[in-house]
Design a protein around this ligand. Structure first.
Ligand code: AHR
Length: 335
């Protein structure tokens, strides 16, 4: 059965259900031959349109490279990589539409913006092309329009940051949040989780501002906020590593010491941040594991085989709360 025939048959059966399967348990145990089409002719390859974000930072590079390294011809796939032009959603929607018109078998979507996807997703549904969300969710969250979302749980990851901060500052203090770009779904999820984790902490939020995932903006925004608060800031929650590394530069240039005067927590767990934690330039790093290509393949194969798939597949991620913990993983860090 060609990949396209299999898709048409399978899509009719795909339903979002409660049958969850974990990363470990996600073994390719179905009879579909899509996983072993390696070396077959191109007709047998499953064509996958990857509507990607493109250059954005260390995490994105690791995630998108992992997808490309996993969806190979040997694994039975023809991956068509379509990064956004300058993070522009319209370029993503254009790529998405082209993939639907071309009749790819599956679409992977990492959305630059959370909203504005309903029409595209409905077109894919009408064309019986399953869509799998990678990392980023969409708003409104209509799980009937896609097979599943594969990502670490932003709310739980950020909640762990909030819990750590509350424990670190039992007597309170002032903090700022460096956010990702407005309109990106993970930003709201991370704010929600962080505030949940803080609980009834007496830490006070003196400012929350986007620094657009970047080290340069993380530094400049932190410089401005330190000045406007007379350096009376004891904690910085940076929603990704690059912004946290920029904040650390600003703290040091203000004559303050990371760890003693100001603690900095970040999310992602890229090698640079783990190294900075080991060197005392960051205080806490929570991984947001980008390496889920194998899980994505297993989800695609289950969708093609008509198996039910949970609407959100959580990628496990761990926290690092000390220089020693960072040192212990540095040598084997894969991203
Ligand atoms: O959506 C995940 C976020 O996007 C990462 O935390 C950030 O580094 C990336 O740019």
């Amino acid at each position: 059965m060609s990949a396209k025939k299999r898709i048409r048959t399978a899509f009719g059966l795909v339903a979002v259900g409660a049958l969850a399967f974990g990363l470990a348990g996600c073994s390719n145990d179905d009879s579909s031959d899509s996983g072993d089409a390696g070396g077959s002719s191109s007709d047998d390859l499953v064509t996958v349109g990857f509507v990607a974000v493109g250059p954005e930072g260390g995490w994105r590079q690791a995630n998108e490279q992992n997808i490309q390294d996993t969806f190979t011809e040997d694994a039975g796939f023809e991956l068509k990589y379509a990064p956004a032009a300058n993070l522009d959603q319209k370029s993503q929607i254009d790529s998405f539409t082209s993939f639907v018109d071309e009749g790819v078998d599956v679409i992977l979507l990492s959305a630059t913006e959370a909203s504005g996807w309903e029409d595209s997703l409905k077109r894919a549904q009408e064309a019986e092309i399953p869509v799998v969300l990678l990392d980023r969710g969409i708003e409104p969250e209509d799980t009937s329009l896609y097979v599943t979302r594969i990502a670490p749980d932003n709310v739980e990851v950020a909640k762990a940051v909030g819990e750590w901060a509350a424990a670190e500052f039992p007597d309170g203090g002032n903090y700022i949040v460096l956010e990702g770009p407005a309109g990106v779904g993970v930003v709201n999820e991370r704010n929600t989780g962080f505030e949940e984790g803080l609980g009834d902490s007496s830490l006070v939020n003196v400012a929350s501002q986007t620094a657009n995932w970047s080290t340069e903006e993380g530094k400049s925004v932190t410089e401005t906020l330190l000045k406007s608060n007379n350096n009376d800031i004891q904690f910085i929650f940076a929603q990704n590593d690059e912004m946290g590394l920029g904040a650390a530069q600003a703290v040091e240039e203000a004559g303050l010491t990371v760890g003693t005067d100001v603690k900095i927590a970040t999310i992602d767990g890229t090698k640079n941040a783990i190294q900075a934690l080991a060197d005392g330039q960051l205080s806490f790093v929570h991984e947001y594991n980008p390496l889920f290509g194998e899980t994505a393949i297993e989800v695609v194969e289950k969708a093609l085989a008509g198996d039910k798939v949970d609407s959100y597949i959580i990628v496990p991620s761990e926290a690092f709360d000390s220089a020693e913990a960072a040192q212990a993983v540095l040598a084997d860090r894969k991203y």
